[in-house]
Design a protein around this ligand. Sequence first.
Ligand code: PXG
Length: 290
Amino acid sequence: MSQKIFLDGKFVPREEAKVSVFDHGLLYGDGVFEGIRVYDGVIFKLEEHLARLYASAKTIMLDIPQTRDEMREIVRQSCIENGLRDAYIRLVVTRGPGDLGLDPRKCDGATVIVIADRISLYPPELYERGMSIGTGSIRRSRAEIINPQVKSLNYLNNILAKLEANQHGWGEVLMLSEEGFVAECSADNIFMVREGVLVTPAAHLGILLGITRRTVMDLARQAGFEVVETTFTRHELWNADEAFLTGSAAEIVPVTKVDERVVGQGKPGPLTQELMRLFRAYAPTNGVRL
Ligand code: PXG
């Protein structure tokens, strides 16, 4: 059975899921997206992902033709049509086809795409041994340039950073804020553990407010740990007791090396492992059921 993709109001076979070469999502990266996980028939934190999608769209003044209720049903239907109970969903809304100028008023209306696919995960060894990351030369931009809180289709900075990760053989690439503070990675948020306290960069540093980040903060607080959102430098990260990354695709990935400095004991730390356990138990219970 061919994969079914939701495109502009209906499900079409994968081979027919094509967009116009005049779509401003393609011509200008003018659009927004979400990446969502499905765990054993539960669409993880779907409401939070929909809220972020509609907030991103509002900021760029992009009208999504579907209501949030309709979108929830389309996402559910995408999993059902494709017989998927464990999946990765990509929701994309572009400005739609226009002319070759960049004026959004020339566009006919949004293109809405929902792809439900199998998940490709990081290898299990990575979760047992930890990941080595390094700092790239590309900075996260401040809100007046490309607002990192808008999950837009303009990911060129992140891709440039990822190229540096590939060149150096890092699993992910650390991106600093314009001022040089630790911000996040190309597609993951970052945490460190210092004297039993969980520390993560604050929103104003120019980060995507990750849904996994929020979940991990909530789980840690419920388990009795202190969680702090603040500003810190790489010096503090290099000298942390533990570090890890969070993201919908990655979940929680221990980080054991940053810029050739071994972090903590050089293996996944106890709080990281505890949070990984808590997250794995929590994920299939929190979201919208198929
Ligand atoms: N920061 C950035 C810049 C991101 O793009 C996250 C953090 C984590 O957010 P969530 O809400 O997922 O906890 C992201 C995640 C992928 C993939 O397939 C993920 C993202 C973007 C592109 C691809 O891993 N965004």
